[in-house]
Design a protein around this ligand. Structure first.
Ligand SMILES: Cc1ncc(C[n+]2csc(CCOP(=O)(O)OP(=O)(O)O)c2C)c(N)n1
Ligand code: SF4
Length: 244
């Protein structure tokens, strides 16, 4: 009899996702769904969505959600947690929303050490609107708005928010990937730890995940995963940076 190693999806995943094939968001949503199920906190969680491909978790996950204007998750999460301190308040955000249009709100939320959790999917572009340059786009990287590649002279340096946050007085800061089963497990552990910090009232936690956007990178899903290992990981330090 044929054996399968595929795990049954946790009950929180109510239908198939709507992401492109090979999209990193879908892998992350499954990881988060497993953690919320294993911690038995689905009913105690409110997810603050961003605007972007990331928002599509709402179609496949049976969980309460709220959608503020693009990038304003830091402000919205602050309000959510202050009104409902009994709930786990978290966001699944894009790098464009969290680090460009919402950078001010994200940093203000972190510097106040609000007891909330950010999960930021860094796919080095604005995914939903067609793959334009984001602050995280690497020098030399082709994007819809940098057709000849990002240059320092024209577009400035890329932004590494983990580097900026590493000296802040916050509870947890990590960057992970999803390029192999081992890396998926590390991401899952980081997700759980971030939520445990919130449970224990330790303060702000953020996990950035380096994820592929095969559609806007113009790569097949396997090649997009390879790009993360070969180009992004050497540039964007991975691991647990703060764990208080
Ligand atoms: C105030 C505002 N500005 C711009 C937009 C257009 N917009 C919608 S999604 C998006 C990009 C999202 O990119 P990112 O946050 O990286 O998420 P991804 O789609 O890659 O998951 C932009 C610019 C908007 N909806 N609202
Ligand atoms: S455009 Fe990119 S980020 Fe959006 S669903 Fe497709 S692969 Fe995912």
């Amino acid at each position: 009899m044929a054996r399968t190693t595929a795990k049954k999806a946790p009950a929180i995943m109510k239908c198939e996702n709507m992401f492109c094939a090979g999209c990193g968001h879908s892998i992350f949503d499954r990881i988060l769904g497993e953690v919320l199920t294993e911690m038995d906190i689905i009913q105690d969680t409110i997810i603050c969505s961003d605007i972007g491909c990331n928002h599509q978790f709402q179609y496949s996950m049976a969980v309460d959600a709220i959608v503020p204007p693009h990038g304003k998750m830091g402000a919205a999460l602050t309000a959510m947690k202050r009104v409902r301190p009994d709930k786990y308040c978290l966001t699944i955000a894009g790098d464009g929303g969290a680090y460009a249009i919402g950078l001010g709100e994200t940093m203000a939320c972190a510097t106040r050490n609000e007891n909330v959790t950010f999960f930021v999917m860094n796919n080095t572009c604005y995914g939903m609107t067609g793959g334009q340059m984001a602050p995280t786009t690497l020098l030399g990287q082709w994007s819809a708005s940098t057709p000849d590649g990002r240059t320092f002279e024209e577009h400035g340096l890329d932004l590494d928010v983990i580097k900026v946050m590493r000296n802040l007085d916050i509870a947890y800061l990590a960057r992970t990937t999803i390029t192999s089963p081992g890396e998926v497990n590390k991401t899952k552990k980081a997700v759980r730890k971030a939520l445990e910090k919130q449970r224990d009232n330790k303060g702000f936690s953020l996990v950035e995940v380096l994820v592929p956007c095969p559609t806007n990178w113009g790569l097949t899903p396997p090649k997009a995963m390879k790009r993360i290992t070969e180009e992004l990981v050497p540039h964007y330090e991975t691991g647990e940076i703060i764990d208080k």
